[in-house]
Design a protein around this ligand. Structure first.
Ligand code: FNR
Length: 194
């Protein structure tokens, strides 16, 4: 069975630079034989996490759907903007909901356990959102994912894409595809161990 990768961005903005970057990495993963599902976090319509909300209304349908999607894939490919040195509230909120226990997932972390993740970022700034990657890596490690070392932080990203939304610079495009390829390989390895 081909490795299955769930791909999503920490920004759901129509013209999101990170969603464009994600598309390039997805191409790399597909070229390496992975089946990739691309998810738009805003479509999950998640409320901001709050313990009272969970107690009073239970799990939102979008959170169950996100957990189900993670469970059905072997690895996560995540592109997130940097917001004030961290990763976005939208992404944090989705991960927080997915990490909550349910009747069938007592620890809350069952969906993530033993899976690989790749983290990439794009920013109009020179550092390409690199600090968001560090923050995100810490969270992903905490919830049980192994983050692969391959990454890309695309700086000056407001100038990096052509009219079709593809990366103009060949080296950067190849590096981004390379992240997708590396994640497909890692996901394949984890499948054979399972
Ligand atoms: C930003 N941006 C930003 N960029 C950066 O390189 N470092 C940072 O700390 C921040 N902080 C930050 C905070 C907030 C609240 C916003 C709205 C923006 C700029 C950000 O990288 C830029 O808006 C990107 O274009 C956002 O990513 P998408 O939506 O294009 O994927």
């Amino acid at each position: 069975m081909p490795p299955r990768i769930l791909a999503f961005a920490g920004s759901s903005r129509r013209e999101s630079l990170n969603r464009k970057l994600l598309t390039e990495a997805v191409d790399g993963a597909r070229a390496a034989g992975a089946e990739v599902t691309v998810l738009r976090l805003a479509d999950l319509a998640l409320p901001v996490y709050d313990g009272d909300h969970e107690d009073e209304h239970g799990f939102p349908a979008g959170a169950l759907e996100f957990k189900r999607q993670i469970t059905e894939h072997d690895a996560l490919l995540i592109a997130s903007p940097e917001h004030n040195g961290g990763y976005t509230a939208q992404l944090k909120n989705a991960l927080d909901w997915a990490s909550r226990p349910t009747e069938t997932d007592r620890t809350g972390l069952g969906a993530f356990k033993g899976k690989f993740a790749a983290v990439i970022s794009a920013s109009p700034g020179l550092l390409g959102g690199l600090r968001s990657q560090t923050a995100l890596q810490i969270s992903l490690h905490k919830i049980g994912l192994t983050v692969i070392p391959e990454n890309i932080a695309l700086g000056s990203a407001h100038q990096a894409f052509d009219d079709e939304g593809r990366i103009k610079d060949e080296r950067s495009r190849r590096s981004t595809h390379g992240v997708g390829e590396a994640l497909a390989r890692a996901a394949h390895t984890s499948q054979s161990k399972a």
